[in-house]
Ligand binder design. Structure first.
Ligand code: PLP
Length: 405
């Protein structure tokens, strides 16, 4: 059963915020989510009772910390339905995961004249790493255009794939528009031509079930902090065959097998890609967040977020002068909008006075904003603890904005 009151009380910040005047309506979840007690307490318990460095200790405490860290990897493996645990690499987040693939996977293969394909709605983290690599190698970055609703134009994508395409990197859910991209079909189209595919799952992993084996993607990246886990931890899933063939991303302790003054050899997966002491507490916190999500059930979460999206779309759609940016048929939990000619930053400031926390700006998708001919949007994004009452609070606050302007 999906019990919203119970869920809200499990998030201390949401719980306290609801007792303020005006109550806090936290609607900036695409930026980062709040953390439930399960996650906070798990991290505290780790530091109080289990803290030790991992993988090298021969005493009980170090073994315990190692087991906890590796148990979190197992949970991430199950979350994505990866074939092997060693295909899960802990990183700092989506950004680092994508940079790792760009530098350790693609750099070694990319030549002048090659092409890398991304969508027009990528977050800068799934754009700039490929752009820099293309510049370095004399390759070109191809952009799949979007229509006015904010959906990728599949026909253009189909025509873009050719024997020069070395990589396709796709955002699963757009953080600016809420569009859910047809990644099953898009991945298949690339795979039919033998082109590797990376999926940016920063916004999707806490919303819907992911099966990397069924998808047959080569890489999948996500961040813990957008799925109720701490900041500074994330995951790169990669097919073992790729990861084994790739050069290490960083060098140092943990990732080596033998070291001499002239030569070193490297550790097996996943350690080859985890140089130095990792974010042990973060990984354990991520494991607790995965447990939290799975306890509620992703289908229930998805349903709740869809209900909120539908409600918000209707409610905000009824405000005269409000223009929704991103009206894809397949969409979830993110509403981007403009109101009359009020600058989104001004809107954000006034909404804040009514207790409503939204994001205003380009949402790290500057080229997409340019595509729509706008400087940015105001964006409300929902998580498991949000309610229709909070959307009402947003709608009321928007009326105040209109009254002021
Ligand atoms: N990709 C998307 C779609 C995002 O929404 C974000 C963050 O907003 C990122 C990538 C980057 O995530 P992080 O900053 O956690 O590395």
């Amino acid at each position: 059963m999906f019990q919203i009151d119970q869920i809200r009380t499990t998030f201390p910040l949401i719980n306290q915020g609801s007792q303020q005047s005006p109550p806090l309506a936290y609607l900036d979840n695409a930026a980062t989510t709040q953390k439930p007690l399960e996650v906070i307490q798990r991290i505290q318990a780790y530091y109080e009772n289990e803290n030790a460095n991992i993988h090298r200790g021969i005493y009980d405490l170090a073994r315990q910390a190692t087991d906890d860290y590796e148990a979190a990897r197992q949970k991430a493996k199950n979350l994505l339905n990866a074939a092997k645990t060693e295909e899960i690499i802990f990183t700092r987040g989506t950004t680092e995961s994508i940079n790792l693939v760009a530098q350790s996977f693609l750099d070694a293969q990319l030549k002048a004249g090659d092409e890398v394909v991304i969508t027009a709605m990528e977050h800068h983290s799934n754009l700039v790493p490929w752009q820099m690599l293309c510049k370095k190698r004399g390759a070109s970055l191809k952009i799949i255009p979007v229509n006015d609703a904010g959906e990728v134009i599949l026909e253009e994508y189909r025509q873009m794939l050719n024997d020069k395409t070395r990589m396709v990197a796709l955002v699963h859910i757009s953080n600016s528009l809420g569009t859910i991209n047809p990644i099953v079909e898009m991945t298949q189209l690339a795979k039919q031509k033998g082109i590797p595919v990376l999926i940016d799952g920063a916004q999707s992993v806490s919303h819907m079930e992911i099966d990397v084996q069924a998808l047959d993607c080569d890489f999948f990246a996500f961040s813990g902090h957008k799925m109720y886990a701490p900041t500074g931890i994330g995951v790169l899933y990669g097919k073992a065959a790729h990861l084994n063939a790739m050069e290490p991303y960083q060098y140092g302790g943990e990732m080596i097998r033998t070291v001499g003054y002239e030569e070193s050899t490297f550790n097996t997966l996943p350690h080859k890609f985890e140089a130095g002491t990792p974010n042990i507490a973060g990984a354990i916190g991520l494991g607790a967040a995965i447990d939290f999500i799975q306890k509620i059930g992703l289908p229930h979460i998805h349903q709740h977020l869809d209900d909120l999206l539908q409600y918000a779309t209707e409610k905000l759609g009824n405000i005269q002068g409000l223009r929704l940016i991103g009206t894809a048929q397949q969409k979830t939990s993110i509403v981007s909008f403009l109101l009359d000619d009020v600058h989104p930053h001004d809107m954000g400031t006034i909404l804040n006075e009514s207790g409503v926390a939204i994001r205003a700006g380009h949402h790290c998708t500057m080229p997409l904003m340019r595509r729509f001919g706008i400087p940015g949007t105001a964006r409300a994004s929902f998580a498991v603890y949000n309610t229709k009452a909070e959307i009402d609070q947003l709608a009321e606050a928007l009326k105040k904005v209109q009254a002021i302007f």
